[in-house]
Design a protein around this ligand. Structure first.
Ligand code: FAD
Length: 464
């Protein structure tokens, strides 16, 4: 019997698992290697969407107006992982600093495995097919057998728990599965000039002023999304409802995003959908070469794996995050100590863009959006949490989900140790989780958030 099983090996799952071990160590003053908390992480691979999608834009929500929004462990993790890759940082006129990192997918998976191992988390390379709640614990059915745990965190991004237990699950605007393609050899200036002369093909809200900065050499990248109308009069052998092209580019390299294959939640493993999406990748590239100046001599140099959807959903949790919740500004004391979302809402639909600012300091994320009403031994993190579409669009970025996952991991440990049968007990554990994060913040910030993932890092637990 495991104490805690985290399902899903993306950033959310990995951080939850490590955070839970760290919380155990903080609470019991045990050294990690002698930890009595038995934690396993189940996933067919490590790294999640970034590892499948070639480009790792880790931490779209790194900072807002110069303030760090990440919780301590999430920040250390991201610091650690970014060292694996090549980063491009820029500041846009609104004051967001974004950092895009290209990381070799093997290095990312390998480093996560090392970190899990260092922290005493057992990595089980398997896919969970369902979970069942029994009087003697929670059964997790894997493609290779059945394991049991006291507490389970669902970080699959696919609501495995809600689906297994047939809970009410509402998926607003379900999105298709996607692939990211990297194209090289693009005549960048020709392409940009063409884009400038064809504003009708792009979002109304496109920042042409930024494009001009690129053309004049002041800036090196420009991102647009929702290029769905692309040369609508020219034939494309598949529906255009969600092709996002030119989603991000630097001189010579263009990143495309084909998000068209409609599949079931397990579609990423479905070979016919995979084949269909590969055909679409090739068809889209042919189309661009034929009709878009600058692409004539380009080649596809890499194609990401099929990645799961990024759609908003709600299920039977203690709370559903809604539009009012994103208006409550985080106080200065809360920054860095609680999960806080700061990414501005940017929903790309068709040729339109729904934008909404969030408060200057971001808004605190209530942990109740990841706790099931009827069973607090089942926790949700990552994209599985309950949020309607506008707040979800702010939550869904990696840095934010990483912070939320750190809090959920710590809460999972408290539930494992203390139990959460009554609602008053649960409220108390949520408060304790915040204390844990606040103490970590003090500790980690003294170390500059560096080196703390090294198992030899000694965390002083005397003041906790
Ligand atoms: C096209 C696209 C573009 C994006 N661009 C950005 C961006 O620019 N910046 C940004 O910050 N965020 C971006 N995001 C969002 C970002 O990808 C997510 O925030 C992030 O990947 C969430 O991490 P996660 O660990 O919660 O989920 P995931 O990365 O989806 O990881 C889920 C993990 O669960 C595993 N899993 C799934 N099912 C099972 C199962 N049944 N059993 C066991 N394991 C399972 C998977 O294999 C995977 O390892 C983008 C998302 C998409 C789809």
């Amino acid at each position: 019997m495991w104490d805690l099983v985290v399902i899903g090996g993306g950033l959310s799952g990995a951080i939850s698992a490590v955070s839970s071990v760290l919380a155990f160590r903080e609470l019991t003053r045990e050294l990690i290697k002698s930890s009595k908390l038995r934690v396993a992480l189940v996933s067919p691979e490590l790294g999640g969407i970034p590892a499948r999608g070639l480009v790792t834009p880790l931490g779209g929500a790194f900072s807002l107006s110069g303030k760090c929004l990440l919780t301590p462990l999430a920040r250390s993790f991201i610091n650690d992982l970014t060292e694996l890759g090549e980063a491009i940082t820029w500041e846009d006129p609104i004051g967001f600093t974004s950092k895009h990192i290209t990381i070799n997918t093997l290095s990312l998976g390998f480093r996560l495995e090392q970190l899990l191992n260092n922290w005493g988390v057992t990595y089980l390379k398997a896919r969970a097919t369902k979970i069942r709640v029994t009087p003697n614990g929670i059964q997790i059915h894997l493609d290779s057998g059945i394991i049991k745990s006291k507490v389970v965190v669902d970080a699959t991004g696919e609501n495995l728990i809600a689906r297994s237990l047939s809970l009410r699950l509402i998926e607003e605007t379900p999105l298709p599965l996607s692939r990211i393609i990297l194209v090289k050899g693009v005549d960048y200036v020709k392409l940009l000039k063409w884009a400038l002369n064809h504003p009708g093909e792009f979002y109304k809200e496109t920042r042409w002023d930024l494009l001009e900065d690129v053309l004049s050499g002041k800036s090196f990248n420009w991102a647009i999304s929702g290029f769905t109308g692309i040369l609508a009069d020219k034939p494309l052998p598949f529906p255009r409802d969600r092709i996002v092209a030119f989603s991000y580019f630097t001189p010579d390299k263009v990143l495309l995003n084909v998000t068209r294959v409609q599949g079931s939640w397990e579609g990423v493993y479905d070979s016919s959908l995979r084949e269909e999406s590969v055909k679409q990748v090739l068809a889209l590239h042919d189309h661009l070469r034929k009709y878009i100046p600058g692409f004539e001599n380009s080649q596809i140099t890499a194609v990401g794996d099929l990645v799961s959807r990024d759609s908003p959903r709600t299920t039977e949790t203690l709370k559903v995050l809604n539009e009012e919740d994103i208006l409550r500004e985080a106080t200065n004391e809360e920054i860095g100590k609680y999960p806080i979302a700061g990414w501005r809402v940017d929903i790309h639909r068709g040729k339109g863009l729904i934008e909404r600012e969030v408060p200057q300091n971001g808004f605190p994320i209530p942990l109740e959006i990841g706790i099931l009403k009827d069973n607090p031994n089942l926790l949700l993190t990552g994209k599985n949490v309950s949020a309607t579409s506008i707040p979800f669009s702010s939550l869904r970025v990696q840095g934010t989900l990483a912070s939320l996952s750190e809090a959920i991991g710590a809460l999972a440990t408290l539930i494992t140790i203390e139990g959460a049968g009554k609602s008053s007990e649960l409220e108390n554990l949520i408060l304790k989780t915040k204390e844990i994060l606040a103490n970590r913040y003090e500790e980690f910030s003294q170390k500059g958030f560096k080196g703390v993932l090294d198992p030899s890092f000694s965390l002083s637990v005397d003041n906790i």
